[in-house]
Design a protein around this ligand. Structure first.
Ligand code: NAD
Ligand code: TDX
Length: 342
């Protein structure tokens, strides 16, 4: 089998490449990534010399390039992680989210149709369902919950999902979609909440918490997400959507305090800053379909997963220190400069 993974130099795609290269030595894993600010070849060091792995730099929205690649490689499976993934960046610059997340997906679908791939898998997000109220803990996102997006990011992901489903219905392309809750774990880019808090707390820097820190996210360790995608591409039914989540709902403030406690740092580092516009209140996934139909079960609880993640950041300082000392420093200043100044 030849598996084309797009966005494999990013956080989840990188973890998935590690998982697949190790677990399926007989398969060929091709990683197509543009290496935007979020792509990092350092993440792929552990697999770069493996005989069943190859990296190709390129843009999923570049039709001629993608068609040539499919013509040359003839992948059996396509797993699309490539995306602009940060909600805050989508608020300042939505255009690139439409280009990569919507148009890039449509180019990959065309190529998959043209070259007869056996499975096209779209890595989507629970954000396509919008948000749930804070005072209704009985409500969850199900696969048939209507799409109701809030940010340019989630709108671009929902649009892509609709194209994926349209290609199944109209052209019979064998597709699957997974919609996962918030991931955390190794190789997570430090613009996102958990690695941002770990890296800044270690440097005794102020920790920006939006609004009152009451928003709820449903956290899943990235390796449990990778296992779920592996199961879905091999055993999932074409045309189906699968929700992925492990019932680990926490307020942002709980997450930040858990990290501070583990690092023996004071809560006085917390700084409540201007809220994200349109900030989704609560995400909560019902993963029953994935559990009952495909037998998926997460290995990590939030407590074991956050410990493992903190240890990884402590043991791999070079990986994230290289990022925060580079171009990312300018982004941080623009995004938080005023809020966090003395
Ligand atoms: P990330 O930002 O860490 O990585 C994205 C990768 O895509 C980067 O390596 C980047 O270089 C690459 N890329 C961007 N534009 C590209 C283009 N035009 N062509 C080729 N490559 C391009 O993102 P992530 O957090 O790993 O998310 C991966 C996928 O999972 C995304 O589709 C995201 O929507 C989805 N998702 C993420 C989460 C989460 O919590 N992080 C949860 C659910 C779903
Ligand atoms: O500085 C911050 N302060 C803060 O309070 C940042 C960066 C975030 N937050 C809050 C906003 C959210 O309520 O923390 C929560 C998590 O924020 P992010 O890490 O930016 O993630 P989120 O917006 O929930 O989206 C993530 O999960 C779903 C991923 O980035 C998406 O790609 C995925 O689809």
């Amino acid at each position: 089998m030849k598996i084309l993974v797009t966005g494999g130099a990013g956080f989840i795609g990188g973890n998935f490449v590690h998982h697949m290269v190790k677990k399926y030595p007989e398969d060929q894993i091709i990683n197509l990534d543009l290496l935007t600010y979020a792509g990092n070849l350092e993440t792929l060091k552990p697999v770069e010399d493996k005989p069943n792995y190859k990296f190709v730099r390129g843009d999923i929205a570049d039709r001629d390039f993608v068609m040539d690649l499919f013509d040359k490689e003839r992948p059996d499976y396509v797993v699309n992680f490539a995306a602009e993934s940060h909600v805050d960046r989508s608020i300042t610059d939505p255009g690139v989210f439409v280009r990569t997340n919507v148009m890039g997906t449509q180019v990959l679908l065309d190529a998959s149709k043209e070259y007869g791939v056996k499975r096209y898998h779209q890595v989507s997000t629970d954000e396509v369902y919008g948000d749930l109220p804070l005072d209704r803990p009985d409500l969850f996102f199900h696969e048939d919950t209507p799409l109701h997006t809030s940010s340019p990011y989630s709108s671009s992901k929902a649009s892509a999902d609709l194209f994926v489903l349209a290609y199944e219905r109209t052209y019979g392309l064998p597709v699957t979609i997974s919609r996962c809750s918030n991931n955390y774990g190794p190789y997570h880019f430090p613009e996102k909440l958990i690695p941002l808090i770990i890296s800044r707390a270690l440097a005794d820097e102020k920790l920006p918490v939006y609004g009152k820190g009451e928003n709820v996210r449903d956290w899943l360790h990235v390796s449990d997400h990778c296992e779920a995608i592996d199961l879905i591409i091999h055993k999932g039914k074409p045309g189906e959507v699968y929700n992925v989540g492990g019932h680990n709902e926490k307020t942002n403030l709980e997450v930040v305090k858990t990290i501070l406690k583990a690092l023996h740092k004071p809560e006085s580092l917390i700084e409540f800053v201007t809220d994200r516009p349109g900030h989704d209140l609560r995400y909560a996934i019902d993963p029953t379909k994935l559990e009952t139909e495909l037998g998926w079960k997460p290995k990590y609880t939030f407590e074991t997963g956050i410990r493992q993640t903190i240890d990884w950041y402590l043991e791999n300082r070079e990986w994230w220190e290289n990022i925060i000392s580079g171009e990312y420093a300018n982004y941080f200043e623009k995004m938080y400069g005023e809020d966090l100044s003395e």
